[in-house]
Design a protein around this ligand. Structure first.
Ligand code: IDP
Ligand code: MG
Length: 160
């Protein structure tokens, strides 16, 4: 049987991608999911979720000393977010490229932030910055049993 994608399984990474409350309110959920879907990464988890304050603080704990931290927590908890797990070889760095620079005015056209946002404090999407943080964040945002392992029908057309 022709399952060449299994050969690359050792290098497979996971990343936590989240449509932030502004992306949900602005009707950009489908557009944002579509960027990762069309690229060829594999969706392994997806839910609409109202984030509690404690979780937002834990997720962004490395930024807790920053002056904008309270506003960041208000922003992330201001409405539902869309939590996603995406899997693939090199998905962590590639997703960061698809997302673009933190400041949307500096993000390249063609990136999500470059195309769809104008302010750092309303930059519509989150993506993990390392494979380690990918694992850490997925464990924070998803419960046991919420992620789904499957083989896309297009596997042989994505992976040689
Ligand atoms: P990233 O999301 O591109 O990884 P980080 O530096 O990790 O950027 O910051 C996390 C989030 O905190 C940003 O996406 C943005 O929502 C918010 N943030 C970062 N810097 C600022 C700022 O200077 N003002 C307001 N919000 C900020
Ligand atoms: Mg970050």
């Amino acid at each position: 049987i022709f399952l060449p994608h299994l050969v690359a399984s050792l290098e497979v990474e996971e990343t936590y991608i989240m449509v932030k409350p502004d992306g949900v309110q602005r009707g950009l959920v489908g557009e944002i999911i579509s960027r990762f879907e069309k690229k060829g990464f594999k969706l392994t988890g997806l839910k609409l979720f109202q984030c509690p304050k404690e979780l937002a603080e834990e997720h962004y704990k490395d930024l807790s000393a920053k002056p904008f931290f309270p506003k960041l927590i208000d922003y992330i908890t201001s409405g539902p977010v869309v939590c996603m797990a995406w899997e693939g070889v090199g998905v962590v760095a590639s997703a960061r490229k698809l997302i673009g620079a933190t400041n949307p005015l500096q993000a390249e056209p063609g990136t999500i932030r470059g195309d769809l946002a104008v302010q750092t404090g309303r930059n519509v999407v989150h993506g993990s910055d390392s494979p380690e943080n990918g694992k850490r964040e997925l464990a924070l945002w998803f419960k046991e049993g919420e992620l789904c392992q499957w083989t896309p029908a297009q596997a042989p057309w994505l992976w040689e």
